[in-house]
Design a protein around this ligand. Sequence first.
Ligand SMILES: *Cc1c(COP(=O)(O)O)cnc(C)c1O
Length: 361
Amino acid sequence: MMAGPLDAVSRARGALQGFEPYDPAFSATRINLSANENTHPMPASYAKALADACAAPLNRYPDPMANGLRDVLAQRHGVARECVIVGNGGDELLFNLLFTFGGEGRTLVTCPPDFSEYALFAQMTDTRHVAVWRDGADWSIDADALVSAARDAALVFLTSPNNPTGDVVPHALVRRLLDETDALVLVDEAYVEFAPEGTSVVPWVAQDPRLMVLRTLSKAFGLAGLRCGYLVADPAVVDMLGAIRQIYSVDVLCQSVATAAVRSRDALVPVVADIVAERERLALSLSRVKGVTVWPSAANFVLVRLDRASVVRQRLRDEHSILVRDFSYAPGLEGCLRITVGTHEENESVVSALKAILEGE
Ligand SMILES: *Cc1c(COP(=O)(O)O)cnc(C)c1O
């Protein structure tokens, strides 16, 4: 046989042929407010607990089900260990949900603009995807349209607070989905620590076996690099996901550090409170910049709309060394940039840089 160039794409399964490696090729910037990470300095007690936990021995395989970590998470939420499953970031759990409960002949319903991974994972797993688009002005969801789309669906994914729009899903809407459809309903609460008390629907899981709640340590806990997310769900869902998962995807360091982080979570209360206060200050300052529209947010980022958003984002990067996320190419998000809430100094920098760009020209 002749050794021509290898066409790996045509050898791949059909559903996977349009995909490319995800490499955002971040240039190093002075200030990075592009990925909703926690940029605040961590309290000494929290940092020390995490550093100590890094001394875990690595010669042994991890506990596949991460039972020690499940126990501290279960305790955090007042549920049984059997209601918790840990993943290599929330992303792995989202993929596994579609891999398990989606697939050919099954439908996922989402409400975009939302987290882009949902649609990607649906496509990869041959799951039909039905989008119930949010209102373009206030991002509200048409409850009747969603309930009717969800009637034949295997899965519904809602994000609360939503990324990138920042709004919270009304509890009444989750209630209706559970009462009026037979779908498995996932509420993705990646940012819920930044939302008002009482936003989480985790307390409903005990009574609502079709409700599943996704949480992550990547945002409020400041551990995006660790890759730790978890699902609070009915034990039957947890068992099914436990049966299909890559058995060692949650490694020894992840289990050890995440356990320490969750045990030390009280130390984070003032950090989260500061991010929330900074979010409100940032939103107000941005709303005073000429030509900028800001939506209210219950998360650790704000979504803004402005003219020539792509150019502005590029100038922030090239002239001010500040990175924010460009959504202006995304359907429904024309002219939109997402700005992560940083430290007080970082937030001041992004506001004054935007002023310089938008008002100085
Ligand atoms: C960040 C995020 C997640 C999970 O991220 P991981 O780092 O994989 O845990 C899930 N959903 C949304 C909406 C997010 O923004």
